[in-house]
Design a protein around this ligand. Structure first.
Ligand SMILES: [Zn+2]
Ligand SMILES: [Zn+2]
Length: 225
């Protein structure tokens, strides 16, 4: 008996090596929003002609690049979704259009996009020189990694600039319990918790029995309305 399969001969890799590690989409959106803001701010003020032309051109191109990368990651996560793939290719070709380059077929445009993203990441100035994060364009800032038990930072390393925004908080189920720092009892110091890692075995606190009719559970410090 012959068994036939309708599965495609080769399934495309879920994530292109260019996205290793996969960029955080919330971070990409923050980057995109800021780049777009700086580009449009000059236009809205009406004095764009007085801005440095390279500054504005870089902001516009970076905004186009990041929006295409977001579309590409979404399309990679749903390999069967042809609409998402076409969207990603169009967005990649919009970057090429801004560069005065010829349009490419879908897959080639997306492959080109991934290389452009890597190039942007490793460029000398991925952020604007007036970045609110204080990186002066480098995309890197010194970030405390280790603190003494009294909270004094004792070690810092270059880290991704968050463009002046607070890092997203970790939940109480993270190995840092939501503090963003983990206690190392052996070394008697705190270390930065760099990646939110939810613990599947975490159990939220149980509701405390109470006569308070307004109390609905452990989250009673939240406003009911
Ligand atoms: Zn920055
Ligand atoms: Zn954490």
């Amino acid at each position: 008996m012959t068994t036939t399969t309708h599965a495609p001969a080769s399934v495309p890799a879920a994530i292109h090596p260019a996205y290793d590690p996969t960029p955080s989409i919330p971070r990409l959106i923050t980057e995109l929003v800021q780049e777009d803001f700086w580009a449009r701010y000059a236009q809205v003020r009406g004095d764009a002609p007085h801005f440095d032309a390279d500054y504005l051109a870089n902001r516009k191109r970076t905004a186009l690049l990041l929006r295409a990368v977001i579309a590409d990651i979404v399309a990679l996560a749903a390999p069967g979704n042809t609409a998402a793939a076409a969207d990603a290719a169009s967005a990649a070709n919009a970057v090429r259009s801004g560069d005065w380059r010829l349009q490419l077929p879908a897959e080639a445009a997306r492959t080109w996009l991934r290389d452009q993203y890597l190039e942007w990441q490793h460029s000398e100035a991925p952020h604007p020189p007036n970045c609110p994060g204080g990186c002066r364009g480098s995309g890197l800032v010194m970030q405390a990694q280790i603190w003494q038990d009294d909270g004094v930072a004792v070690h810092a390393e270059p880290s991704d600039c968050l463009r002046g925004e607070e890092p997203d908080p970790h939940g109480p189920d993270c190995r840092c319990h939501g503090d963003g720092r983990r206690w190392n009892a052996e070394r008697r110091e705190y270390a930065l918790c760099d990646i939110y890692t939810p613990n599947p075995a975490y159990e939220p606190p149980q509701p405390v029995a109470s006569d308070d009719p307004w109390s609905t559970g452990p989250y009673r410090d939240e406003r009911p309305f």
